[in-house]
Design a protein around this ligand. Sequence first.
Ligand code: FAD
Length: 510
Amino acid sequence: MVERADIVVIGAGLGGLAAAVTAAGRGRRVLVLESDGSPGGYAQCFHRGPYRFDCSLHALNGLAPGGGMDTVYRELGIWDRVHLRRLDPLYVARFPDREIVAHADVYRYESDLIDQFPDEALGIRAYLDEASAVYRDTIRLYEDGVAGRQAGLEEFVTRFPTLVSVSGETWAQTITRHVDDPRLVAVLGALWPYAGLPPELVASVNGSVMAMAYGHHGGWYPEGGSGAVAWALERELRERGGEVRYSQTAARVDVRDGRVTAVETAEGLRVGAEVVISNANAPATMLEMVGRGHLPDDYVARVEAPGASYTVFNVYLGLERDVFGEQHLPHELFVCPDYDSLAQREAALSGDWGHADITVTDYTKVDPGCAPEGGGVVVLSAMVDWNYADVWGTGGDLAGYHENPAYLAVKERVADELVALADASVPGLAGAVGFREASTPLTNFAYTHNPLGAIEGYENTPANSGLGWLPQTTPIHNLFLAGAWTNGGGQNPAIQSGRSAAELALAALA
Ligand SMILES: Cc1cc2nc3c(=O)[nH]c(=O)nc-3n(C[C@H](O)[C@H](O)[C@H](O)COP(=O)(O)OP(=O)(O)OC[C@H]3O[C@@H](n4cnc5c(N)ncnc54)[C@H](O)[C@@H]3O)c2cc1C
């Protein structure tokens, strides 16, 4: 069967959906090809008995007025379709000798930190000022992008001075320009599990922007989970005349004379396209679907060189009691065994989760429909290595992996270990479990095709982030990229990148 569309979007993750909705709203015929049976990529939920679980989302950022994303949601037509709850406090970071409660109010956060580290008051203020300035620069940069304004190099340096000054730096380098106590690096960087690299390795821009986006504009959670955002986008797309074709896996992007002409799926569908936007991961899009032969060597090297970001193991718990509510705990608890984040990452990657940082997230209050009255939903997350236990017991043979007894045994053992660790921090948790299921990096890969189950595209190192992101334009003039592999990870960044990919695509069609 041969079809035609003005714009073919590969992948109905949030980046692909946002691109499709934007383009369809300008009267273009848009067809999205999605290999899964539902929209959202990582932004999906699943039901088990009376419980609803979110596959991914802990918190969204930027949704308060002035945070940038409220405007984007309105333009995409989903502001009134999605009901958001503000998270405050955003999280508690529990160290062996202290707890830090991060309120969604940067001044309160600052004064709490100063209470705990009074000798570092000046440094704490100076760091938070600098991080806030970096965050403001990124908002302005995005607004410029939306307005089609592109600063030349000299103007860029004066318009976004703090962004430029921290680019190339790690988060820890920025923090330690202001404070001396090494424990403060871990405390100020407690959100690092969201970026997958400890403060000593993660790009300063990632760390500071993430922390300040939540600090200034709060964290948010959509009722119905991240899947509700994906379905809202899908519905809006249909109302704007676009379509998602499910169970269609793009296998080949035809290129002639440096331009895409069509996309072909593994299922035999061929769609002629004026422009293509790919929300599939960049290495697969460029190196497999397009093919190295159509690309300059330096671009191939750029797509190949930086490593994939981290991956996670999740344990989904349906609780018979609201354990977090009983203990007055907020939505998110970071269990930090010590102040050595680098060692925690090493421990996580080697399977020694007792010395790793694990995240315990309660959805019961922020998404009340997720559990029956009096019950609860909690998800445990740990960073893990794709190769753990020789690729999770499969020996690397992923065919039918989810029924492989060796895989199931490894999965249950790791889940047991994480439940015991979480129970040590939240007593009574294990005893309240009425339902339990776990997901591994292989699950992530199976549902999204992201290599090594990566959840945020490329690793968030200084070289890959901010000014180092893989551009949304490609050497193929009418092919653009959207999603975590081109704009950094995270659900709202994926939505932003979809919107800007659509602008590039519409300009190419004009
Ligand atoms: C456990 C977990 C926790 C997270 N927590 C947060 C959080 O708290 N806050 C936050 O902002 N972000 C969080 N994230 C990260 C965030 O979910 C992702 O970075 C973001 O959703 C990625 O969106 P994307 O547009 O890049 O697409 P993806 O979600 O990667 O989806 C890509 C889509 O493309 C489809 N596709 C791929 N290849 C093909 C092909 N060849 N043909 C057709 N379709 C194809 C896939 O099936 C998929 O639907 C989390 C992720 C995980 C896994």
